[in-house]
Design a protein around this ligand. Structure first.
Ligand code: F6P
Length: 510
């Protein structure tokens, strides 16, 4: 860390240990301008989204000190480099050009991404017009970033019906694939093989079994039913997929940032091209906000300030995200990969050990279910967990409006209760309060709003990485376990006594 960064952290520690950090949330609300300062409504293509960070401990002096930290960390320059398509992923010498998929970024990449999208659009239209016969089901096979985005988007946006019924299969556990087979008619099923590298063992194994299932069930040309979504088109062709059904995307799009590329094919196929395009538009509006707004007015940066405050200055090891919306049930899992794979690092971009915590553990669930399961700890446990609530003003259901009213009342009640707490003569019944939460309130959950929500979190993750001085775009931590699994498969290598005993008990290895 350079001197300016150290000095900025010293200022922040002093503020956190002094007047700023010691005022309770309720005391902070004595400032009549607090709500206006920390709850901001953005008008976006899918309708407004309210980003309410007023129930966090951020105050004006802290926000100003974090802005000085961001300056010392070269935030503006790193953001410029990101959007310019410069190799911000230093360890792999690569750019991170997911925003270009949405039309915001380096001109040449934006143009190339648009051409690749057009190719996907044409294939989607051709399939809709019957070029591959009747298509009623899609088994989307991929893992990590090649599965979580499509799974989230399909689950969130297809409740009112879809022209193709999508099943996302990621796990190598055959039970996952069998479950999809049971729900699909082989004669009208397409397989999407989604893999950036086209080398991932889970995806290749699952795809091989899916082809066998098609063949065993009377499909004469199983390969003719496969569409590949990949940044390694040559490997897909080599694997046997005709190049007319290979939808490439650019190498500079990271796996967990790839929903916007051809990895989003299931969204376009099942919900229509306009929905996919709307998702990109919603995300692009957040890109522009992130690119054009400075300091704590930049909502992604403001959220990162709060994240750093809790992780670094208050010692919080986790952050919880609760979607008060069944359609966003997969959002916490999506964020887990985005945040933990991006910022779960221990070295800086300069290769030095980071002198403090990096990413918090992201966890969460859906409200109101979680209230009856884990909220006890949030209200009365001994660890402080900052919470994000996400909810929509418009219901996703057509039932008695009481459902949605009660859902939202509960969401807002939890934030209020965490903050206010409640005294009692009986210690078991006392709530300490002063527990922080942020609330993201969307108007209506449509494709554009979902795109905006995801892009907001992408940039929040990037902003956190800049404040920590780390590279959010590599993931070397996942490689060692994969390599050892390969050694086990190949045999001939000895491991520790515990691992050897487990292998022997399962009858694996030699
Ligand atoms: O193992 C981690 C990872 O590389 C993720 O980053 C990625 O999203 C996932 O595996 C799948 O990789 P691929 O898309 O290349 O199959």
């Amino acid at each position: 860390m350079n001197d300016a960064v150290n000095a900025a952290w010293d200022d922040l520690r002093a503020l956190a240990g002094g007047t700023s950090g010691t005022r309770t949330l309720s005391e902070l609300f004595a400032d009549p301008g607090r709500l206006e300062a920390f709850a901001t409504r953005l008008d976006l293509p899918g309708g407004p989204i309210l980003f309410d960070w007023s129930k966090t401990h951020l105050d004006t002096p802290l926000a100003a000190a974090f802005t000085r930290l961001a300056d010392a960390c070269g935030f503006a320059e790193r953001r410029r480099a990101l959007f310019a398509g410069e190799p911000v992923n230093l360890t792999e010498g690569r750019a991170a050009e997911h925003t270009a998929q949405r039309g915001v970024g380096n001109d040449a990449t934006v143009e190339e991404a648009a051409a690749l999208h057009e190719r996907m659009h044409m294939l989607v239209e051709a399939i809709h017009q019957g070029a591959l016969g009747e298509v009623r089901h899609l088994i989307h096979i991929g893992i990590g970033g090649s599965a979580l985005g499509p799974a989230l988007a399909i689950d969130a946006l297809s409740r009112d019906g879809a022209v193709v019924d999508v099943h996302v299969v990621s796990n190598i556990d055959g039970c996952a694939l069998e479950q999809a087979f049971a729900a699909c008619d082989p004669a009208t099923t397409l397989i999407a093989m989604a893999s950036k590298t086209f080398t991932t063992i889970e995806t290749l194994t699952n795809a091989t079994s899916a082809l066998a299932w098609l063949r065993e069930n009377g499909v004469a040309d199983p390969y003719g039913r496969v569409v590949a979504l990949t940044a390694a088109p040559d490997r897909a062709v080599e694997w046997g997929i005709d190049e007319t059904r290979v939808l490439p995307f650019q190498e500079s799009v990271g796996g967990r940032y790839s929903l916007w590329s051809s990895i989003g094919f299931p969204v376009a196929l099942a919900l229509g091209w306009d929905e996919f395009a709307a998702m990109l538009d919603g995300a692009a509006a957040i890109d522009r906000h992130f690119l054009d707004t400075d300091g704590a007015d930049n909502l992604c940066l403001r959220a990162a300030f709060a994240d750093q405050y809790y992780t670094r200055l208050r010692g919080c090891q986790t952050r919880a995200v609760f979607a008060y919306d069944e359609r966003l049930a997969l959002f916490p899992s999506y964020l887990q990969q985005l945040e933990m794979e991006s910022n779960g690092k221990r070295v800086t971009t300069a290769g030095q050990t980071v002198d403090g915590p990096t990413a918090a553990i992201t966890w969460g669930g859906v409200g109101t279910d979680a209230q009856h399961a884990v909220f006890q700890l949030l209200h009365q446990g001994t660890v402080l967990v900052p919470v994000d609530f996400i909810a929509a003003i418009q219901p996703g259901d057509a039932l008695d409006p009481a459902h949605h009213r009660i859902l939202l009342s509960n969401c807002f009640a939890q934030g209020a209760a965490l903050m206010a707490g409640k005294g009692s003569d009986d210690p078991a019944r006392a709530y300490p309060g002063d527990r922080p939460s942020a609330t993201i309130l969307v108007d209506d959950l449509d494709a554009a709003t979902l795109g905006a929500l995801i892009a907001f979190h992408e940039h929040r993750t990037f902003a956190n990485a800049v404040l920590l001085g780390i590279n959010p775009f590599d993931q070397f931590g996942v490689e060692l376990g994969k390599a050892i699994a390969n050694q086990i498969e190949q045999g001939g290598v000895r491991f520790d006594p515990s691992t050897e005993a487990l292998l022997a008990a399962a009858g694996i290895g030699d």
